[in-house]
Design a protein around this ligand. Structure first.
Ligand code: SDX
Length: 449
């Protein structure tokens, strides 16, 4: 492709030249709009995993993979994590500016008014097996909000969309706390709107009725910081899912619920839980770090160093640095076993000096150390990814609102390159030679109920 002028590019297919307009970024990669490609050439681009493809322009979050930079609305993640509360950052992501004290107080009050769940919701959760994975229950609960708050479903109505945003931020912590309590058979606690957001989430999750809980401010601050670190991350898998579902003008609850589904994958938000499994397997198998790293490098295995690698960061994930220093500070104070932390630090040290990881620019990502902190706080591993979802909530909301308000956005409908059979015609059953393709037996002993 050659630049026809300082801005645009020309793409040549056979003897057809197509000009692509350059879309300038304020930071990072410019884009080329390929709008005329199909109409002019009859061809489409093919980019599995969208490694080279931007789905939108966005003003919300900027990541520089080569420099290890993450900024929300222009503010460096390090400054926000150090100086802000999670609600302050949520306000910034959704409304575009840091709130002044009056706006922040009003935002907190609006949220506090809606932290209760409809009483019927409790029965909703009892319909699920108590040991069912919390992400599946959370996804259902968030989608179910559309049935309770039908006056907040129209994304084109600014009042309704803003109310839906507040209801999600208000009710998801209560939902997650309910799910955590049901899993261990302990009584649910109602929200206490006199407490700060993250503090009350911790109280609902770990507190018991009629016991005045003193919540450790260190734990509140540490969890608030972790929620800030997870709050948004440009067009990651789950956010792109929220946008794709939202592009059909599906309501905010349905779109965010879809994002929860994407986040549950072990290559995405499920990695924090997978890291802890990996560390325990190394410890319990008595493997040395070098032995495990060798397993990872041996392509015959499908062993990955979970919590390492990133599609965008080809340098340190700035969030991982903050999480690691938070772990250094809080783990000893929470009396946590440092054995797994020591294994994690040795793994990081070994990987950062190993050619396999260096050549592929694989560094620790946000999920590498977070599980250690969550576990030291008392969260079971199954709750780690719901915590990621809680943190990502304002980002999903902000990205959905940006999409809905973007006049250039249309329903997302990717094309494909078809590689299947060309036209063929029906033949009678007796004449069919096809082997029995249904080779899967019922080896999985799935209950018939
Ligand atoms: C999150 O996108 C986001 O922003 C996500 C996120 C967010 O905030 O929303 O940052 C959150 O999802 C963080 C990532 C959490 N996932 C994990 O930690 C799982 C382990 N990491 C990977 O599976 C992988 O690194 C991904 C999924 C994160 C990125 O995958 P890519 O970009 O598709 O990279 P790839 O799978 O094509 O890997 C390129 C090479 C391959 O080797 P070769 O084929 O070139 O020989 O690197 C290898 C991979 O095998 N590789 C790894 C590895 N990650 C990549 N090898 C061992 N261990 C790993 N973790």
């Amino acid at each position: 492709m050659t630049d026809t002028n300082a801005n645009n590019a020309t793409f040549t297919v056979g003897d057809t030249n197509v000009e692509f307009e350059r879309v300038s970024a304020t930071q990072g990669s410019d884009g080329f709009s390929i709008a005329p490609l199909l109409a002019k050439t009859g061809t489409v681009t093919l980019d599995p995993g969208f490694v080279n493809t931007a789905s939108c322009t966005s003003d919300i979050t900027y990541i520089s993979g080569s420099e290890g930079i993450l900024r929300y609305r222009g503010y460096p993640i390090e400054e926000l994590a150090e100086n802000c509360s999670f609600l302050e950052v949520a306000y910034l992501l959704i409304y575009g500016e840091l709130p002044n004290p009056t706006s922040l107080a009003a935002f907190g009050r609006r949220i506090n008014e809606h932290t209760l769940l409809h009483e019927d919701f409790k029965r909703f959760f009892t319909a699920f097996p108590s040991q069912g994975h919390p992400m599946a229950i959370l996804q259902s609960g968030i989608a179910g909000m559309a049935t309770y708050y039908e006056h907040t479903l129209d994304p084109k109505d600014e009042e309704q969309l803003d109310m839906a945003s507040i209801l999600l931020l208000a009710k998801v912590p209560t939902m997650i706390a309910y799910i955590a309590k049901r899993a261990i058979g302990l009584p649910l606690l109602y929200p206490d709107s006199s407490r700060y957001y993250t503090e009350d989430f911790i109280r609902m999750t770990f507190g018991l009725p009629y016991q005045g809980e003193e919540i450790d401010p260190l734990v509140v601050r540490a969890l608030d910081t972790l929620l800030i670190l997870h709050a948004d991350h440009e067009q990651n898998c789950s956010t792109s899912t929220v946008r794709l579902v939202g592009s059909a003008q599906a309501n905010l609850y349905s779109s965010v619920a879809s994002g929860v589904g994407a986040l549950s994958g072990p290559l995405h938000g499920g990695a924090n839980e997978a890291v802890m499994r990996m560390l325990r397997e190394i410890r319990d198998a008595g493997l040395t770090v070098d032995e495990f790293v060798s397993q990872v490098k041996d392509k015959k295995n499908s062993v990955r160093l979970m919590g390492f690698g990133h599609r965008v960061y080809k340098n340190f994930d700035p969030r991982a640095r903050i999480v690691k220093s938070l772990a250094d500070e809080i783990l000893p104070r929470l009396g946590s076993e440092n054995e797994l932390f020591d294994i994690a630090k040795s793994l990081e040290e070994a990987a950062l000096s190993d050619e396999y990881f260096v050549a592929r620019r694989l560094y620790p990502n946000v999920d590498f150390y977070t599980g250690l902190i969550y576990e030291a706080m008392g969260f079971p591993a199954k709750m780690f990814t719901p915590l990621f979802a809680l943190g990502r909530l304002p980002g999903w909301i902000a990205q959905y609102r940006e999409l809905i308000n973007d006049p250039t956005q249309r329903i997302g409908r990717p094309r494909q390159v078809y590689t299947g059979e060309t036209e063929r015609h029906w033949i009678p059953r007796e004449e069919r030679q096809t082997a029995d393709l249904l080779h899967l037996s019922d080896s999985l002993n799935v209950a018939k109920l």
